[in-house]
Design a binder for this molecule. Structure first.
Ligand code: HPA
Length: 273
């Protein structure tokens, strides 16, 4: 389909018709980190398939729902089920959730993900605040006719990850005694994990962590002037760092183990935003 301002507006109007308040914060939670959505109070749950022009999940077992309600005293909209390029979507389709959230009135998006640690001083289970990102592969999500209502054709990416929220996260992590890193997230399309040679190249280019999500959403948010907080959980050391393969089992296992600490941190951040 062709995406226009009206098509995004139609999605947003449908959602607004199902709720009687406007969410301020959007949460897009990475693999195995999504259970925070269970804590949302008085949730209105909307299936993606009921929202006009919204994307459909490619895996039937994936939730594919928006959960809208209250968390940490804030009105939030949370995606249960995220969209990635490796699933077969075009980059241009991946703007949909963020643009629809913008039209709901959301001003801040929190993006979390599982990532491989490229920086060898990081340890598995640690969290990294995304300071900046590198995306050298594929098209831009905002390629194509520019929709001026969202933002200008050419736009700045110098302050994509809002400094105020990075500083807030550092302070809260310090208060909670949670070790926190800050670094550069390097985007790879996947679904294959990277080769050890790619990881060496990524390190030489300035990447501290590597993953397959978040950046398309952050670019879309920057285009329409939203605040972004990005947090990566180091679920594994990136390929070639250790003498062992990178496996989904390790990624899921680490995410599960770290989920509680991650949730405590996120809840406190949302409360203080
Ligand atoms: N590479 C890419 N994506 C990932 C990784 C990784 O090592 N770990 C979790 N997501």
């Amino acid at each position: 389909m062709e995406y226009t301002y009206e098509s995004f507006k139609e999605s947003a109007d449908y959602i607004l018709g199902r709720i009687d308040f406007k969410p301020e914060i959007a949460l897009i939670l990475g693999s195995s980190l999504g259970t925070l959505s269970e804590e949302i109070k008085n949730p209105v749950i909307i299936d993606y398939k009921d929202i006009p022009n919204f994307l459909r999940t490619t895996v039937d077992s994936h939730a594919g729902k928006l959960i809208i309600g209250e968390l940490g005293g804030k009105k939030v909209v949370c995606m249960s089920g995220r969209f990635h390029y490796y699933e077969g979507y075009e980059f241009e389709q991946l703007v949909t959730p963020i643009r629809v959230f913008h039209l709901l009135g959301v001003e801040t998006v929190i993006l979390t993900n599982a990532a491989g640690a490229v920086n060898t001083s990081y340890k598995t289970g640690e969290i990294m605040i995304i300071e900046d990102h590198i995306k050298l592969t594929g098209a831009s999500p905002v390629r194509g006719p520019n929709i001026d209502e969202f933002g200008p054709r050419f736009f700045d990416m110098s302050n994509t990850y809002t400094k105020e929220y990075r500083d807030l996260t550092k302070k809260i992590a310090g208060d909670l005694g949670i070790k926190i890193n800050e670094g550069v997230y390097f985007y790879c399309t996947g679904p294959q994990f990277e080769s050890p040679a790619e990881i060496r190249a990524i390190r030489a280019l300035g990447g501290d962590a590597v993953g397959m999500s978040t950046v398309t959403e952050a670019i879309t948010a920057a285009h329409c002037g939203m605040n972004v907080l990005g947090l990566s959980l180091m679920t594994n050391m990136a390929a070639g760092v250790l003498d062992q393969p990178v496996t989904t089992e390790e990624v899921d296992e680490t995410a599960e183990k770290a989920a509680d600490e991650f949730k405590i941190l996120l809840r406190e951040i949302i409360k203080n935003m």
